[in-house]
Design a protein around this ligand. Structure first.
Ligand SMILES: Cc1cc2nc3c(=O)[nH]c(=O)nc-3n(C[C@H](O)[C@H](O)[C@H](O)COP(=O)(O)OP(=O)(O)OC[C@H]3O[C@@H](n4cnc5c(N)ncnc54)[C@H](O)[C@@H]3O)c2cc1C
Length: 413
């Protein structure tokens, strides 16, 4: 039997961490209060975003800031309490979004994103999940020529700097590719490399089943009960009592901040909440589409067309305020026949973010045996397998295939 390890949190990040540790011979127990893949990793837009080499920056131009401050657009919403609670990390996020700092972050971020497809591929094969995955990229569609020109300029830069492939599409080419979209539109950027998953939560659940089939254990339990007991880490579970292991990994996505704070770390973590709603009975899309000037995504999913919203700055437990869904729905109806919303409340989740726009992956600075793997922001679904591999290599004292230094938790201490 290998060394015991507890992985707390069975989203995309925790599940992939468990799989990678298991592949190195660890005796891994994956602990979650729910079934695997039921939270943020379920509710996202399902994109494995090979194109997203630049992490999402805080908007800095006055037009965007003005619109966000007045909550005019569909892309940003905020609760006063959320801004107040997150003021310090948000201020740092704003500073790290300065073009020079952002370019440095992109260098590190792109090195992770570069491996996203290669790391998902064997898991998709091993779980026979090709039925959930299309490999035809996705589109940014533009309403105005000026925005399209700016988008294309950026796409050419990403191609030159990071090898991200795209194709510019005229309105006629776009109409042929996505006949459901109403014209006139100025055109589109078709990112050629990303993959789209039609049921993100099920993909995580299948990765978790693979972990069990290979001998892993999934146990229901509450990660907030985590405590050090001598050289071991211990967590309480209702059905199996105290579980103990010399190694514990915190992969609690947007809930990581509270546990980390309880352990005495002051890290600039914050969340961006987001909603989704499904629509049926209207037109459908062949691939996901970002309405680039309005800030929401439409993704064809098993349950219908999934509309996902931008960022809402609000406390994680605050009641839902799905005004962005209503705004985005109105905008989406301009683009296509959306059909009817399924009769259920919009889903609400939260992107786990760190102020310097990079994930937090590595050893807990002051707690031997404890490891962090969270803060993957807008791309945690994309990055789960990469994050899992990187952390498992660090825990196993191997030299990781990606330089881990930029993501080290020690950068905040
Ligand atoms: C609207 C929206 C759209 C998005 N679209 C995309 C996209 O297209 N592509 C992409 O790559 N990313 C996307 N993201 C981001 C992505 O979904 C997240 O970064 C990712 O899911 C985070 O994964 P995770 O495993 O860290 O967290 P989670 O999936 O949230 O997993 C954390 C787990 O911890 C468990 N947990 C929490 N607290 C406890 C506790 N006390 N005890 C036990 N267990 C606990 C939870 O039950 C959960 O299973 C989107 C996010 C949103 C909100």
């Amino acid at each position: 039997m290998g060394t015991a390890a507890l992985v707390l949190g069975a989203g995309m990040v925790g599940t992939c961490t468990a799989l990678h540790l298991q592949s190195k011979g660890y005796n891994v127990t994956l602990v979650d209060r729910r079934e695997p893949g039921q939270e943020t990793s379920h509710g996202n837009a399902g994109l494995i975003q090979r194109e997203s080499v630049e992490p999402y920056a805080f908007p800095r131009d006055l037009g965007h800031l003005f619109s966000a401050a007045l909550r005019l657009g569909a892309d940003v919403h905020w609760h006063p309490q959320g801004l107040w609670q997150m003021a310090r990390p948000l201020w740092r996020y704003y500073r790290h979004s300065h073009p020079a700092a952002h370019a440095r972050a992109a260098q590190a971020y792109s090195r992770l994103i570069a491996h996203a497809l290669d790391e998902h591929a064997p898991l998709i094969t091993a779980t026979q999940s090709n039925d959930l995955v299309t490999r035809d990229g996705f589109r940014f569609v533009f309403r105005t020529q000026r925005a399209l020109d700016e988008g294309l300029q950026r796409a050419r830069r990403l191609q030159a700097d990071f090898g991200v492939r795209h194709r510019a599409e005229s309105p006629a080419e776009l109409a042929q590719a996505e006949p459901a979209l109403r014209q006139p539109l100025a055109g589109a950027i078709h990112w050629l490399d990303p993959w789209a998953v039609s049921d993100p939560g099920t993909l995580v659940a299948r990765y978790a089943q693979l972990f069990v089939a290979r001998g892993g254990r999934i146990v229901q339990g509450d990660a907030t009960t985590l405590q050090a007991r001598g050289p071991a880490w211990s967590v309480h579970t209702p059905h199996e009592g105290q579980l103990e292991a010399p190694i514990a990994v915190l992969a609690l996505g947007p809930w990581s901040a509270a546990v980390v704070q309880r352990l005495g770390y002051r890290m600039p973590l914050f969340i961006k909440r987001g909603y989704h709603q499904h629509y049926q009975g209207g037109a459908t899309l062949r691939q996901p589409v970002l309405d680039a000037e309005r800030g929401y995504v439409l993704a064809p999913m098993r349950r219908g067309l999934r509309l996902t919203t931008g960022a809402e700055f609000a406390p994680i437990g605050a009641p839902p305020t799905p005004v962005q869904v209503a705004k985005a729905e109105r905008l989406a109806r301009e683009l296509l026949d959306l059909g009817q919303a399924l009769p259920e409340a919009p889903w609400l989740g939260a992107r786990p973010c760190a102020a310097d726009i990079l994930p937090v992956m590595g050893p807990a600075p002051r707690h031997p045996g404890l490891w962090f793997n969270f803060g993957h922001g807008h791309q945690g679904f994309t990055l789960g397998p990469v994050a899992g591999r990187l952390l498992a290599e660090l825990i196993h004292s191997e030299r990781p295939w990606v330089d881990p230094q930029p993501y080290s938790p020690a950068r905040f201490v």
